[in-house]
Each structure stands twice: as C-alpha cells, then as structure tokens.
Ligand binder design. Structure first.
Ligand SMILES: [Zn+2]
Length: 425
C-alpha cells in the first residue's frame, strides 16, 4: 500500500455509468426536497429532449449544473417519494459514535438481480447476523429473505456465541455477517474454544477488512468466501468486495456515478427499480480513489482511503487518522489499530497533541519476532508517512506504540482515536 497521507485522486475523475434517463429520474426524485426543487426543475427543462437523450451516457457537464444533495434534503426527498409505502428510517452512529436519524429507505430497496454476481448467499444457507441494529443489519436480513436463507440474530454479548457454537452448527449456520473486528474476535473465540463453525461465507461491512481479520477468518476455514460492502449510513451500500479481488479493492455497484476530486467524493445514484436509495451528488464522508482490479468485472474499482478531513495535529504536522491506522493494521499479525491522542492542553482534548500513540491488537498465537507486533506496526507507519517520520526524528518522545485490546464504540466498531491523559507511553 502506498503512503495514503498524500494519495489523492486527480481532479475531475468520474467513475461509473448512468444514462440520461436514469439521471432525469434521479433529478425528479431530488425535486421532492423543497430546497432542491427549483434548480432540479430548471435542469429538467434545459437538459435536452428527454426521449432522444434518454439512452445517452451522463457526462461530467450534465452533473456540474446540478446541486449537491445534503443528508437532510435526501431524507426530505425520500419522505416525499415514499409516502404511503413501507420504509425504514435508519439510525446510525457512523464512525463518530453520535447517534442520529440519518436516512430513509424503501423496504423494496433492491433485488438480487441488481447486484450482478455479488451473491454471497445461496438458498438453504443459515446466516448468523452479528451486525448491530441499523441499515447494514436490515439490508442483510432483506438479502437473506430474497435468497431463501434462514437468519439467526446474534446475542448482544458476542462472547456468548462460542458457548452455543454446537447449537448453531446443529441448525446449519454456515454464513456470518458482521463488522470486521467483530468477525475476527468471533473467529478467535471459536478457535479458542475448539468449536469452529463450518463457515462457507462471510459478509463484512462498516470498516476496513484488515489482513489480520482475513487471517482469523481463514483459520476457521482456509477456503472461506469473503464478501464485503462499502457503505455509509447516509448512502447505504456503494461498492462491493468479491472473494477473488485483491484486499482493499471494491467495485462500484452499477447505476451510480462517483465524482472524485481533491475536495471530496460526490455520489449520484439512479432512481431506477432496484436502486437502494436515489441520491444526487451527495458528498461521501470518506475519501475514495480509483483503483485497478485483477478480475474481469466491468464495474469500476475503488479503494477507500479513510474519513475525509479526519486528522490529528502533532507538533505542527497534520496527520490522517485512517491513513495511519491502515498502515499500522497492514499485517496479518494484528487484528486492527487505533490512535492514542495525548493533548498538549488537557483542557482541549481534541486540540493539538503533544504525543501520539499507536495501539495494535496482536492476534493470538501470532508470529513472535524482535520488537513485538507494536514495534513492527510503528515501523510500517513511519515508513509510509514521511510527515510523522519527520516529527518523530525531531521529537523521539512524540510517537509511541503499544500492544493492547482495542477500545470499541458502543456498537462494536473500533474507536479510531482514544484520548488519553498526558503520562501514557
Ligand atoms: Zn475485482
């Protein structure tokens, strides 16, 4: 992986494919927001002959004249268009831990036919759903319904699962869905109890599937199929990971256009049957970059670089939180990584830092070696992030690393940054 602190997509890159007919339908949907209605209606009047232009592919200029839809406007448009139809309001804590009602989606959100060959489930499978309550949980239950699959809702206390692994095997559980860190802990727990489930397939979402998470799942079954989605609470699933593609590479679902620039990523999604949620130039919270994939799928490939604008300031250097975490976790010997922030001024816990720590969670029975997993993780981070390397060279005490269990948010995601008191190290 390259230095993600400096990676940035070339301005004006547009990935994906939409027809003018699909964009027109999306603009009509967006006009359900009162604020967006005037500009949407102007665009519809001026955007050529709808009948003749319908099959033409959308060009960047067709999008540039349209407004960006905010989360509130997307919800207002959905409320307007879904009135009288069954739907779900989605409450999520995102990556910040702040719970909010973030979206409204119809219950007939997608059909398996719209997902190409992304088919993790087969009729007769039994799926253990370990996802926290929210959009991904509902999406997974809906997918299972459509595929003829029984589901088991996991208990809130996942440590109880290893104790009922025998019963889960008895009822035929052969698939599991969850956040990557949850899945890794579950796999380690099952192995520790000598009671693995015969898992054929794993569905992951919500976080990066680190090499350590992959290794833990492959210990349960070396041929396990790893299927993933990249999604946000505001947008639902945007891209998908397939078992045969390189780690970290995802394919954009069809019916979407992604505008990549240094300032951020805008997503437009078709309002066609099968679309999960029509969106008009909605800003993603994450930075994405175009990627290349080794498979033959025609859907564009992307990488998720991390949350846009989520940085910490250490002795004058601005550092990307997720870039550092990705580098630290890029080894099968750790399950994941988080940052420890020691603020320069204890009264400003989110202000500039006097010290920055790296915490990695080593995998049980991981390969031993000189310096330990935390020293090797620190070396990876320093090698890939020159700005941090420069700070650490000037102030050797400013950067430290430790090996310990990761602190989680209440619903199971890894907390990206833990603020600690001044004496840590
Ligand atoms: Zn691929």
């Amino acid at each position: 992986m390259s230095d993600t602190s400096s990676a940035c997509p070339p301005a004006g890159t547009v990935l994906g494919d939409l027809t003018m007919a699909q964009l027109r339908a999306t603009v009509c949907w967006a006009a359900g927001s009162r604020e967006l209605a005037p500009v949407c209606e102007r665009w519809l009047r001026s955007a050529g002959d709808g009948v003749r232009e319908g099959a033409r592919r959308v060009r960047p200029g067709d999008l540039a004249a349209l407004p960006q839809m905010t989360r509130e406007q997307a919800m207002e448009a959905a409320r307007h268009r879904l009135r009288g139809r069954p739907g779900h309001y989605l409450v999520s804590s995102g990556t910040t831990g702040v719970r909010a009602v973030r979206a409204l989606t119809g219950r007939d959100a997608f059909t398996p036919g719209s997902l190409g060959d992304w088919r993790p489930l087969r009729p007769g499978d039994v799926l253990l759903n370990c996802l926290p309550a929210g959009g991904a949980y509902l999406h997974t239950e809906r997918l299972a319904d459509l595929c003829g699959v029984h589901t088991v809702t996991a208990p809130t206390d996942l440590t109880a699962l290893a104790r009922i692994a025998g019963e889960l095997r008895e009822i035929g559980v052969n698939a599991v869905a969850g956040l990557p860190h949850t899945l890794a802990v579950l796999a380690e727990d099952l192995l520790a109890h000598g009671n693995p489930l015969p898992l054929r397939t794993v569905l992951w979402t919500g976080e990066h599937l680190s090499p350590g998470c992959r290794a833990a799942l492959r210990e349960l079954n070396p041929r396990v199929e790893l299927w993933g989605t990249y999604s946000a609470s505001e947008t639902g699933a945007v891209a998908a990971a397939f078992p045969g593609c390189p780690p970290g590479v995802l394919h954009l679902w069809p019916g979407q256009v992604l505008e990549l620039s240094a300032r951020g990523c805008l997503l437009t999604r078709a309002a066609a049957p099968g679309a999960a949620r029509p969106l008009l130039r909605t800003a993603l919270d994450d930075r994405l970059a175009a990627a290349r994939c080794t498979c033959s799928r025609v859907w564009p490939a992307v990488r998720v670089l991390g949350r846009a604008g989520h940085t910490v300031r250490l002795r004058g250097a601005e550092l990307p939180v997720d870039g550092l975490r990705l580098a630290a976790a890029d080894s099968a010997e750790v399950t994941g990584a988080q940052l420890l922030a020691v603020p320069a001024d204890p009264a400003r816990p989110h202000g500039p830092l006097s010290r920055l720590g790296l915490r990695v969670q080593p995998r049980p029975g991981g390969a031993a070696g000189p310096g330990g997993a935390e020293a090797r993780a620190a070396a990876r981070v320093l090698a890939r992030h020159p700005r941090l390397r420069a700070v650490a060279a000037r102030h050797p005490d400013a950067f430290f690393a430790e090996a310990a269990p990761l602190a989680l948010l209440s619903y199971g995601k890894v907390r990206p940054v833990v603020v600690v008191a001044g004496a840590a190290g």
